[in-house]
Design a binder for this molecule. Structure first.
Ligand code: PMP
Length: 285
């Protein structure tokens, strides 16, 4: 994705897409000192833009990597990137990382914290699955404990098992994988949160070792406004069999119905379709 026209915001200014490069001895490349955001602009406005900028700053703090920009400066950078590339409906990727320093080692105290924002046009994350229901494999890796890694941060290091699990899933013909966590409870997909429906009520994992997605929080609010009971709780693997509907939420995934998880299947039911439509209306409002 490096050889194309366009402008990327890097360390405070716009640079041509092809020149937005980093040095091979960047700390981030060796030690995963990198945090990022995935955001979507609809009709020229980034949905929950400030919440994403705030999460980026918090992720930086979690990695002892304070990002040298304020929320307002990040907001301005994102607008600048959308305008420079003539985009109104786009995916926005902000990333901050430790660059190359005076020497190379685990400590990154002397390495600058750098930041970039790129944006590009992007359609549905799960393609056809968006309507028919995504098929999820069960990942062999487990989401780690918050005592192992800062699980509330959107940090590159947490995505190593996501990439491996997604590769394994795709090789078997699935569109994504669902993780259990270190205790064995249902956790999330590789880039999205998960919801289930049983007898008209909604169940979703407690965000105690998974990303508390901005879309997740939005969808819980929408469901409660509709008077639907939402249980945020630990979900046992044995419960999968009893759920009737399932969907994923995420900035990229939006609300994507799930048809299959391993050996279990779910219908793309009325509540799934309704919440997907309500979310779609909200982001474009
Ligand atoms: N979990 C993971 C692992 C993710 O990568 C994402 C996407 N950022 C989500 C959940 C959903 O988060 P959000 O709704 O904030 O995009």
């Amino acid at each position: 994705y490096d050889d194309r026209d366009g402008m990327i915001w890097m360390d405070g200014k716009l640079v041509p897409w092809r020149d937005a490069n980093v040095h091979i001895l960047s700390h981030a490349l060796h030690y995963a000192s990198s945090v990022f955001e995935g955001e979507r602009a609809y009709n020229g406005t980034i949905f929950k833009s400030r919440a994403h900028s705030e999460r980026l700053l918090n992720s930086g703090v979690a990695l002892d990597m304070p990002i040298p920009y304020t929320v307002d400066e990040i907001e301005a950078a994102k607008i600048e990137v959308l305008q420079a590339n003539g985009l109104t409906d786009a995916y926005v990727r902000a990333v901050a990382w430790r660059g190359a320093g005076e020497d190379m080692g685990v400590s990154s105290m002397k390495n600058p914290v750098r930041m970039a924002v790129a944006a590009w046009g992007w359609g549905a994350y799960y393609g056809d699955a968006k309507m028919k229901g995504a098929k999820l494999d069960i990942a062999k890796w487990k989401r780690p404990s918050p005592e192992t890694i800062p699980t509330h941060a959107k940090a590159a290091g947490l995505y190593m098992i996501c990439t491996m699990s997604k590769h394994a899933a795709e090789a078997k013909g699935f569109s994504d994988a669902m993780f259990f966590d270190y205790r064995g409870y249902v956790a999330e997909a590789t880039g999205a949160n998960i919801f289930f429906v049983k007898d008209g009520e909604v169940h979703t994992p407690d965000p105690d070792c998974i990303l508390n997605g901005i879309t997740r929080q939005t969808v819980i609010g929408l469901l409660r406004e509709k008077g639907i009971t939402v249980h945020e709780r630990h979900i046992e693997p044995g419960e999968l069999e009893g759920f009737q509907q399932c969907w994923l939420t995420g900035t990229a995934a939006e609300v994507t119905p799930v048809g299959v998880i391993g050996d279990y299947s779910f219908e793309v039911g009325a509540l799934t379709r309704d919440i997907a439509e309500t979310y779609e209306k909200l982001v474009r409002a």
